[in-house]
Every structure is written in C-alpha cells, then in structure tokens.
Write a new protein. Structure first.
Ligand SMILES: NC(=O)c1ccc[n+]([C@@H]2O[C@H](COP(=O)([O-])OP(=O)(O)OC[C@H]3O[C@@H](n4cnc5c(N)ncnc54)[C@H](OP(=O)(O)O)[C@@H]3O)[C@@H](O)[C@H]2O)c1
Length: 256
C-alpha cells in the first residue's frame, strides 16, 4: 500500500497501540498497513494462528523497519462455547504486550457470508451468522471498555456494510446483523463514553471475503459495477482511511 496521508497529517498522529481484530486479511489487513505507515504499533488477530503468522510475515516484509511494532494472536470468534473466554484472553495478552494501555480497537472480523434463501433459513443458521458479526463485536466492546484509556482520544470502530441499507435477495440474515451494527455503534458510543465508537459501512470491496473462483468473482464485480455510481468495486486502500479517520481524536464529523 502506498502512503495514505500527507506529511502534515502524519506528523499530527502520535504513536499509538492499535488492536485490529480481523487484521489477518482484507480490510483489517489494510488498516494494519495504514497504522504501521503512521508509526503505530499494531496487534492483529483472527481465528487462525497460521494466517496470523503469514500476515505478520508479509507485514514485516512490506515494513521491515516496523518489525518491533507488529504482533498478533489467534482468537476464534465463531464458537458459542469459547467466544467470551477467547475475547477475554485476547485482551489480556494484548494489554500485557501494551504494558496495560491500548489506544484503539478496530473490529473487521467477518466469516463467510450467510447468504440463504428464506426457505432454507434455520434458527441454527441465524444464530451462527450472528456469532462473528454481532455477538463478538459486543463482547469485544465490553473488554475494550476495560482497557482502552477512558478518553475521547481512544476509539472502538466496528464494521457493518451497505447491505444494512440496501437489501439484496437472500441476504436477509446478513442484512439484519449489518443493520444492528449501526445501532450497536450508537448504543456503545453512550455506554463507552468518552471513548469514541463508530461503525464503518463499506460497499463491495475486493477482498478475500469473496471466496468464489477468480473468474466468477470478476464477473460478479463487473455486474455490480454497472449499478455503482463510481463504476468500480472498492479497494482496501479506499476503505482503510475511513478507519484512520475514526481513530483520529479530532474526528467527530459523522461520529455517533
Ligand atoms: N469485502 C466487502 O465487500 C465488504 C463489504 C461490506 C462489509 N464488509 C465487512 O467487512 C468485514 C471485513 O471483511 P473483509 O472483506 O476484510 O473480509 P476478509 O478479507 O475475509 O477478512 C475477514 C477477517 O475476519 C477474520 N475471521 C474470519 N472468521 C473469523 C473467526 N471465526 N474468528 C475471528 N476472526 C475471523 C479473518 O481471518 P481468519 O480467516 O484468519 O480467521 C480475516 O482476518 C466483514 O465483516 C465484512 O462483512 C466487507
């Protein structure tokens, strides 16, 4: 990723410690890159220890001078039985590394989209789809509130998506959780105050979330692009800046 921000803004951003849950790929990885470019220390997390290790290696390769500022821990958020304890343990490890103080938490974790025709919808599918996209960001908020400095310079940023406002057929489960993430951010902004809480709501972005074969993916993207005002699917760099904005203490333009 090339430098995102001009020197004037870079100079104003102090060195900080940022925990990025979902930082092993896609949008979260892009946010990790951007944070490293700003001189911050970054802890990434995802479900898989091997993907964390691979992502740390590629970040180290891209930013050799930042090696000492990159680390990561596995934390599976998809299992009802272990969700709460895994998050508690993630924060304990992150805070130990941070010497007691985290400045920002970012939540971009997302598992496979539960795109399900209504007739195939089951209680189990609904509940499982909410594990990573609803239950986890709320439990993360509880832990983040314990460890983030109680200041309006700290922040917690979660992720929703444009399906929260623009429905697609068979996406009702995904859409409901995406809609609830807006409400979650607004509620948490009160419950976590003065820590700032925001939700970023991207449209389609070219990431590993789209797991179909490349040709199929390109065909889907071209189809969506005909309906998009700017005529192209977003890139991670386009979206990463939104998270940087939310982390900046001066950011209050569209904050909840
Ligand atoms: N890409 C888009 O077009 C788009 C549009 C709107 C909204 N969004 C939302 O943005 C968020 C990030 O999406 P993305 O495009 O960056 O997807 P991505 O590239 O697939 O990244 C998802 C991240 O979540 C982690 N993850 C998946 N399952 C997990 C689990 N059970 N526990 C902990 N971590 C888990 C992944 O790591 P591991 O696989 O290593 O666990 C990865 O770090 C998602 O909530 C997605 O719905 C994406």
């Amino acid at each position: 990723m090339s430098a995102l921000l001009p020197d004037k803004i870079l100079k104003q951003t102090p060195q900080q410690l940022r925990l990025i849950i979902g930082g092993s790929s896609g949008i979260g990885y892009g946010v990790a890159e951007a944070c490293l470019e700003l001189g911050c220390t970054v802890i990434i997390s995802s479900a898989s220890a091997s993907r964390i290790a691979a992502s740390i290696s590629s970040l180290e390769e891209a930013y050799p001078s930042a090696r000492s500022r990159i680390s990561g821990y596995a934390c599976d958020l998809g299992n009802h039985e272990t969700l709460d304890s895994n998050i508690v343990s993630l924060f304990e490890k992150a805070v130990q590394e941070a010497d007691g103080q985290l400045d920002h938490a970012v939540y971009t974790a997302g598992d496979a989209l539960s795109i399900t025709p209504l007739e195939k919808t089951t209680l189990e599918k609904i509940q499982q789809a909410g594990m990573v996209r609803f239950n986890a960001p709320l439990i993360v908020a509880r832990e983040a509130a314990k460890y983030l400095e109680k200041s309006n310079t700290s922040s917690y940023t979660i992720t929703t998506g444009s399906v929260s406002e623009k429905p697609h057929q068979d996406w009702v489960i995904v859409g409901c959780y995406a809609g609830s993430n807006h409400t979650m951010a607004r509620g948490l902004a009160l419950d976590m105050k003065p820590i700032r809480v925001n939700a970023v709501s991207p449209g389609a972005v070219d990431t590993t979330l789209w797991k179909m074969p490349d040709q199929e993916k390109q065909e889907a993207f071209r189809k969506w692009e005909t309906k998009m005002a700017i005529g192209r699917v977003g890139q991670v760099e386009d979206v990463a800046e939104a998270y940087l904005y939310c982390m900046k203490s001066e950011s209050n333009g569209k904050c909840y």
